[in-house]
Design a protein around this ligand. Structure first.
Ligand code: NAD
Length: 505
């Protein structure tokens, strides 16, 4: 078995039916360290025959795995949880190498995934059904939840531990089997996660890992065995996955991109606002679907806060994951860097005020890294390209309105709806905001409102296509179907005869 710890530039294996095997493909995708461009691995573009094998293994394993008692399935997950904790730092190191994240961000990525696994360890109670006695004369009703079959996950580059861990641990512990297609840009972390999954005792065929791009995703969307698809990525691909998957009568949850606003009321704690805005916008190089990319300042006096914000944002700098003082790492790829720099250019050209320009950023000793420095853009308006497109870089856009109502209108007019926040000392303003904003996750005096794993990740509008959200109770419903049994046992049918009489008293 090859393992991701073994070699510097290894060929990433496929996981099919419990075996880590090398693909026979002739097409490979380089995995690079974003701080250096060093090639640290290569991911196979899985062949059609290998995709079919992965699905056949998942279908076969489902036949027996579905009948394994839920406590036994959960014991495998408990062992997985322990192994993930034991290998937490090692996983974070692999992750930092292929994403460029700082060690703190890399550890956070792994840890948030572990928390979802922890929650899944209550699966016997999470999978309980409901019962009502006596819904009619001698009639009782109970419902039970069942696994649905082969589920699939397609994940983005920006959280290569957390997002896969949102999916297969819960799906498989529900009794399903799984095919994971992680991002081709950072497949080493998900591969190591899969090795630990098997070490935890999950049987062969419960999890397959395949690699590739659109062609492999389309195979998943069309394969007759696929029953449910969890997708996380950009809006155009989320739209494609949702449309094609549902057209093929699959169950789909598709999480897309975002443009998250933080509304700053004039009565907010100025120091807190400034401190929180820095990390919320530029942390993880802005490559977070919950990053605050836009601050909406309410009232004239908050205009005076811009100098403080400029000073705070300019005090942080990017660096490699080995630098404990770096606030964030490089962008994932040269293409991502080019896109962010282009968007900053459009802001300048379309009349915004560039208070800090992160283009052309360099980091000593890392001349080839995909660096973009912290960027602050003021006087942004809703018609500007930089506002309309998701930036996914270390940039904060600032906008100004006169009233809370105007801020709510602005946020609600934006097609994205992943997260938003309000900073205020007024309970009434906070209450109005959380009731009237149409965004799926709302923070009050905290900038990035990511729910703990026993809630669900409830992004909305074009940041989410589907009905049931990731993790929490909603995920259990997504990965199961409910069967309802209505039974009638009239007393008149009580057995009679010498040995059958039941003493009812
Ligand atoms: P992406 O959409 O480019 O890729 C996501 C996955 O889809 C990858 O596995 C990729 O191989 C595959 N893919 C790419 N192009 C495809 C195509 N044309 N057809 C089928 N599959 C395709 O996303 P990314 O750049 O890896 O990730 C960043 C995006 O993910 C951002 O937009 C970010 O906001 C979003 N995101 C959203 C959430 C959320 O919970 N809403 C969480 C994290 C990231």
């Amino acid at each position: 078995m090859s393992t991701v710890r073994d070699s510097a530039a290894q060929s990433v294996p496929l996981l099919i039916n419990g075996e880590f095997v090398q693909s026979t493909t002739g097409e490979w995708i380089d995995v690079t360290n974003p701080a250096t461009q060093e090639v640290i691995g290569r991911a196979p573009v899985t062949t059609k025959a290998e995709m079919d094998k992965a699905f056949a293994a998942a279908e076969e394993a489902f036949k027996t795995w579905r009948h394994v008692p839920v406590q036994e399935r959960t014991r495998c997950l408990m062992r997985y949880q322990a192994l993930l904790k034991q290998h937490h730092d090692e996983l974070a190191e692999i992750l930092a190498r292929e994403t460029g994240k700082t060690m703190a961000d890399a550890k956070g990525d792994v840890w948030r995934g572990i928390e979802v696994v922890e929650h899944g360890c209550s699966m016997p109670t999470l999978m309980m059904g409901e019962t009502t006695e006596n819904v009619a004369n001698s009639v009782d009703t109970h419902s039970m939840v069942h696994p649905i079959g082969v589920c699939a996950g397609i994940t983005p580059f920006n959280f290569p531990a957390m997002i896969p861990l949102w999916m297969y641990p819960l799906a498989v512990t529900c009794g399903n089997t799984f095919v994971l297609k992680p991002s081709e840009q950072d497949p080493l972390t998900p591969t190591r996660l899969a090795e630990l999954f098997h070490e935890a005792g999950f049987p062969a065929g419960t999890l397959q890992v395949v690699h590739g791009r659109k062609e492999q995703v389309d195979h998943i969307l069309e394969h007759p065995a696929t029953k449910a698809i969890s997708f996380v990525g950009s809006v155009p691909v989320a739209t494609h996955v949702y449309r094609t998957g549902t057209h093929n009568l699959k169950r789909v949850q598709a999480m897309g991109g975002a443009k998250n606003h933080m509304v700053v009321m004039p009565d907010a704690n100025k120091e807190q606002v400034i401190n929180q805005l820095v990390g919320a916008s530029c942390g993880a190089a802005g490559q977070r679907c919950m990053a605050i990319s836009t601050a909406v300042f309410v009232g004239e006096e908050t205009r005076g806060w811009m100098d403080g914000i400029r000073e705070a944002v300019s005090s942080i700098r990017p660096g490699p994951s080995s630098d404990p003082d770096a606030a964030f790492g490089p962008l994932i790829s040269p293409a991502a860097k080019e896109r962010v720099e282009r968007l900053i250019g459009t802001a300048e050209a379309e009349g915004a005020k560039l208070l800090l320009d992160g283009r052309g950023c360099t980091v000593d000793g890392y001349p080839h890294g995909n660096w973009v420095g912290p960027t602050l853009i003021d006087e942004v308006t809703t018609d500007m390209t930089v506002y309309k497109e998701e930036i996914f870089g270390p940039a904060l856009l600032c906008m100004h309105v006169d009233t809370l109502e105007e801020a709510i209108e602005l946020v609600n007019a934006n097609p994205y709806g992943n997260g938003t926040s309000i900073f205020t000392r007024s309970g009434a303003a906070a209450r109005k905001y959380q009731h009237e904003t149409e965004v799926g996750q709302v923070g009050v005096n905290l900038p990035i409102p990511v729910p703990a794993p026993f809630f669900s990740f409830t992004g909305g509008k074009h940041s989410f296509f589907g009905d049931l959200h990731a993790y929490g109770k909603q995920a259990i419903r997504f990965y199961t179907e409910t069967r309802t049994v209505i039974s009638r046992w009239p007393e008149s049918d009580l057995p009679t005869g010498p040995n059958m009489t039941i003493n009812l008293r």
